[in-house]
Design a protein around this ligand. Structure first.
Ligand code: 8YV
Length: 314
């Protein structure tokens, strides 16, 4: 169909999104590891590229598509998109903010409680028959009354803070600069934030500026009773330092939805009872994945109708 714009679905997409794309466009599926020098002829006519946050759009795929006008991401995080390259080539980029904020915040709170109250470890105690044989769960720390630090008080960080403000003894946060209208205590230095927090929730955006922001020094500042939760990007935490701090008891536990090299998880973490592991599922509810797909479509529809993009990044 020559009337329909050609687009590339880069890497695996979500079925409802694929269906919506196929009803509008000529969709060429390109695997994330495809040989970009050997793309079929029609692919090079693609005017749009759609991908998951974990695949994104490196410069190489943009350069393999000479007619590319827009990258529409199925994620809020765009750390895997070469935005400088897109800008230089005049390619627009869109993401899916807001629609996933509540579900990601819900998972952060769930991971906090799971890690602090040892919910998965105690589930294992029950299932293994240990409890029935008389083994008692160890007493845990508590969320209520604790000082909860939020690293990155953006849209998702605020949604987490809002959920926890009744339980927390205090909510404090660190951003590069103080947030407007945030009723929480600002801590200008990230290490100080960790030092003053019983629990630290990582909610900053990923990308090169935040890479390794949580390092051994910050984990030591959080301390042996401290629990860390990460729902942002694995790259924000120095993963080797995290594994070492957990192994040595220099922090008490962790709740992790994201990892440096997904879906690879450091094997040492698999054996740790005080660590809660999730398969990057923060936005993965039926409701939100449909809303994210609809926002991808809304951006593409706006672009091809010559209208303003609903959620532009570039
Ligand atoms: C997705 C995400 O799971 O929005 C983000 O930044 O990480 C998640 O919503 C991701 O796009 C899937 O790769």
């Amino acid at each position: 169909d020559t009337q329909r714009p050609a687009i590339v679905a880069y890497g695996p997409l979500y079925p409802y999104l694929t269906q919506q794309l196929e009803s509008r466009f000529t969709v060429h599926a390109v695997a994330a590891d495809a040989d970009l020098d050997a793309l079929p002829a029609g692919v090079r006519d693609a005017r749009a590229l759609v991908s998951f946050g974990s695949v994104g759009a490196p410069a190489a795929i943009m350069d393999a598509l000479p007619a590319l006008e827009i990258v529409a991401l199925f994620s809020v995080g765009y750390d895997k998109v070469d935005v400088d390259h897109a800008r230089a080539r005049g390619i627009r980029v869109t993401n899916t903010p807001d629609v996933l904020t509540d579900d990601v915040a819900d998972l952060a709170v769930g991971l906090l409680y799971a890690a602090v109250r040892n919910i998965p470890a105690n589930d294992r105690l029950v299932r293994s028959g240990g409890w029935a044989r008389g083994k008692k769960p160890p007493l845990s720390a508590r969320v209520t009354g604790s000082r909860i630090g939020i690293l990155g008080l953006g849209r998702i960080g605020r949604a987490i803070a809002w959920r926890l403000e009744r339980q927390a003894g205090e909510i404090l946060y660190h951003n590069r600069s103080q947030a407007q209208d945030a009723p929480y205590r600002y801590v200008a230095d990230a290490i100080d934030l960790a030092r003053q927090s019983d629990m630290l929730i990582v909610a900053t955006s990923g990308g090169p500026e935040a890479a390794g922001l949580v390092d051994a020094a910050m984990l030591d500042a959080l301390g042996p009773q401290g629990v860390i939760v990460n729902i942002s990007r694995g790259s924000v935490i120095d993963e080797d330092a995290l594994v070492a701090a957990l192994a040595d008891g220099r922090i008490a536990g962790a709740g992790l939805d994201v990892f440096a090299h997904e879906p690879h998880v450091p094997p040492a973490l698999l054996a740790m009872d005080h660590v809660v592991l999730q398969p990057h599922q923060g936005s993965a509810t039926v409701h939100t994945r449909a809303a994210m797909a609809d926002l991808v479509i809304a951006n593409l529809d706006a672009w091809f109708a010559g209208e303003a993009l609903p959620t532009p990044v570039v």
